[in-house]
Write a protein that binds this ligand. Structure first.
Ligand code: SF4
Ligand code: SF4
Ligand code: SF4
Length: 299
C-alpha cells in the first residue's frame, strides 16, 4: 500500500476496517451538487468498482471500498467532476446548510450561498482541532448549528409597529413559543420568550408586525458525539459578509490558540472564551453588529 502517497494523506481519504481499502469522502458544500455531478460520482464509483455510495451526516457523498493504489486516479476524476476529495481530520470539514430562503417557508437567510462562500475561503484548512461549520436559516435549526464548533442561525426580530391591532390572535396561533398574548384587545410580545423565528411577521393579516431585518447568530464550541454540548453565543451580525468576517476571525483564533488532542468545546474555558468574545466584538465594525430593536407595543 502506498502510504507515502500525497493523496492518501488528505483528510477525505479514510482507511477502512479492512486496511486493504479506503473510503473517499468528497467536498460538497451545503450538500448541493448538480444532477450531472451526481451522475459523475455514480460513474466514478462504478469505474472504481465501489459497491455503493454513502450519503453522510455532513452532507457529503462517500465512495467506499477503493483500492489505495488508485487514489491518484480517483482523486483526479473527482476533481474534474467538481466534487474533489474532501476532509475529515483536524481541518475545516464540509460546511453544511439547510435549504434556506430559496425553498423553505421558514427561512430568514440564504444559507446555501453563505455555506459556499465560507467553503471557498476556509475548506480544508489544517487546524489543531476539527472545525465543523453548520448553517440554519431559522431557529428551527434543522442542521443543528448549536452542536457544531461554529454555528450560524438566521433570525428575524419582530417589531410591533403602530397601527390598529384587531386582537384577532392570528400571530398568537402562529407563535410556537407562546411569546405573544392578547392584552386589552391588542397583541403584546414577550421578548424573553421570543426566539426570533420571524413566523409571526409573516402571519399578521394587517402587516402590523414588521421585521427588524434578518440577522445572524454566530455560536462556537458546540459538539455532538458522546458528550454533546451546546455552543456559546459569540455575536449577532447583520450581513453575510459580516458572518464570513467573524468566521474567519474565529478560525484564525482557533488556529493560533487551540491545541490538538481535545475538542474545541472542551478547551473554550481555558482559552478564555469571554476575553475572546470581547476581542471579536471589538474587531467587528459597529455597523455590522445587529442592533436589537426595542419592541414597540403601541396601538
Ligand atoms: S432550519 Fe428553518 S429554514 Fe432551514 S430548513 Fe429548517 S425550518 Fe427551514
Ligand atoms: S418571532 Fe414571533 S413567532 Fe417567532 S418566537 Fe418570536 S414572537 Fe413567536
Ligand atoms: S398583531 Fe396582527 S395578527 Fe396579531 S393580533 Fe394584532 S392584528 Fe392580529
Amino acid at each position: 500500500m502506498r502510504r507515502e502517497n500525497a493523496v492518501h494523506m488528505r483528510g477525505g481519504v479514510i482507511t477502512e476496517r479492512d486496511p486493504e481499502y479506503c473510503t473517499i469522502r468528497t467536498r460538497i458544500p451545503a450538500g448541493v451538487i448538480s444532477t450531472g455531478m451526481l451522475r459523475g460520482i455514480a460513474d466514478i464509483a462504478d469505474t472504481y468498482q465501489a459497491p455503493y455510495v454513502h450519503l453522510t451526516t455532513r452532507q457529503t457523498i462517500e465512495i467506499p471500498r477503493i483500492d489505495p493504489n488508485r487514489l491518484d486516479e480517483i482523486s483526479q476524476s473527482l476533481g474534474q467532476n467538481g466534487t474533489p476529495v474532501g476532509s475529515e481530520r483536524d481541518e475545516v470539514v464540509n460546511v453544511i446548510a439547510c435549504p434556506g430562503i430559496e425553498r423553505c417557508i421558514f427561512a430568514n437567510i440564504d444559507s446555501i450561498s453563505l455555506a459556499r462562500e465560507i467553503d471557498r475561503r476556509l475548506f480544508g484548512k489544517e487546524m489543531p482541532v476539527k472545525v465543523r461549520i453548520s448553517i440554519s436559516a431559522c431557529p428551527n435549526a434543522c442542521t443543528s448549528p448549536m452542536l457544531n464548533e461554529i454555528g450560524i442561525t438566521g433570525r428575524i426580530q419582530p417589531i410591533r409597529t403602530p397601527g390598529t391591532c384587531t386582537g384577532c390572535g392570528t400571530c398568537v396561533e402562529y407563535c410556537k413559543e407562546e411569546a405573544i398574548s392578547i392584552k386589552k384587545g391588542v397583541s403584546v410580545l414577550d421578548p424573553a420568550k421570543c426566539v426570533q423565528c420571524g413566523t409571526c411577521v409573516r402571519s399578521c393579516p394587517f402587516n402590523l408586525l414588521k421585521s427588524s431585518g434578518e440577522h445572524y447568530l454566530v455560536s462556537i464550541g458546540g459538539r455532538r458525539g458522546r458528550h454533546p454540548r451546546i455552543g456559546k453565543e459569540l455575536i449577532v451580525v447583520n450581513s453575510p459578509e459580516a458572518v464570513v468576517d467573524v468566521v474567519e476571525k474565529v478560525v484564525q483564533w482557533v488556529y493560533r490558540r487551540a491545541w490538538s488532542g481535545r475538542l474545541l468545546s472542551e478547551q473554550l474555558d481555558e482559552l478564555q472564551f469571554e476575553k475572546f468574545r470581547e476581542d471579536i466584538r471589538s474587531q467587528i465594525p459597529a455597523s455590522s453588529v445587529f442592533d436589537a430593536v426595542e419592541m414597540d407595543q403601541s396601538r
